[in-house]
Design a protein. Structure first.
Length: 218
């Protein structure tokens, strides 16, 4: 599972649990949120697009989920039918497969966008996106969670070049599009299917070889 995180979807690692601290409600808990409570980033499948040309954008988020602390983001505003990314128009999209690790939950949303403005030859920003979340701290032996106040995480902006040259902030002429969780799951399913097929064929070959050996002895 952890190998998925090396597919260009991750960002610099965050520190692990620290000494005891105080939660949003003032109640002590044994694991501090120096683990970033939530972190999100955009990935765009094209460095430059023409006006009206559809292109894919993937929003990936990681939230802390440990035995003592859970971060609960408000995902109701991230659905493709609700999210607003003006000046880009959202024409479709869907939530992708989720992945969990011992300390974090990862989730994605895939969007299809197009630009219908008139800013030709310029870098146009995807608008900054604010995601509300609450921190749930488990402080009692029975596992009951204490809910902290609502906080907001502001997603950094991402630029897209309209019509011609790549964005000024791009690290390369054309960055390789990353694999999404959906694509990773599809490849894992294909790998399992081919492994089962190869096992079945290997077993069939063994049966044929055994039959040939018995026939030769007779």
């Amino acid at each position: 599972m952890l190998s998925v995180l090396g597919l260009g979807l991750t960002r610099p690692a965050v520190s692990h649990a620290q000494s005891a601290g105080t939660g949003d409600t003032g109640t002590p808990y044994t694991e501090s949120l120096e683990l970033d409570p939530i972190r999100c980033w955009w990935r765009v499948d094209a460095a430059a697009v023409r006006v009206g040309e559809p292109f894919a954008v993937v929003l990936t988020c990681s939230v802390v989920d440990t035995s003592s602390t859970t971060v609960a983001p408000d995902r109701s505003r991230l659905d493709a039918s609700v999210v607003q990314l003006s000046p880009f128009e959202v024409t479709g999209g869907a939530p992708a497969v989720e992945f969990d690790t011992p300390t974090h939950d990862f989730f994605q949303y895939e969007y299809t966008l197009r630009y219908i403005g008139e800013d030709f030859g310029t870098d146009v920003e995807l608008p900054s996106l604010s995601i509300s979340y609450r921190v749930l701290s488990r402080v009692s032996p029975d596992g009951a969670a204490v809910e902290g106040r609502e906080q907001a995480y502001v997603l950094p902006a991402q630029t897209v070049r309209i019509l011609s040259l790549v964005p000024a902030a791009a690290r390369d002429i054309r960055e390789q599009a990353p694999d999404t969780f959906r694509a990773v799951q599809a490849r894992q399913f294909r790998a399992r299917s081919e492994r089962l097929a190869s096992t079945a064929l290997f077993g069939l070959a063994g049966i044929v070889a055994l039959w040939a050996a018995v026939a030769a002895v007779r």
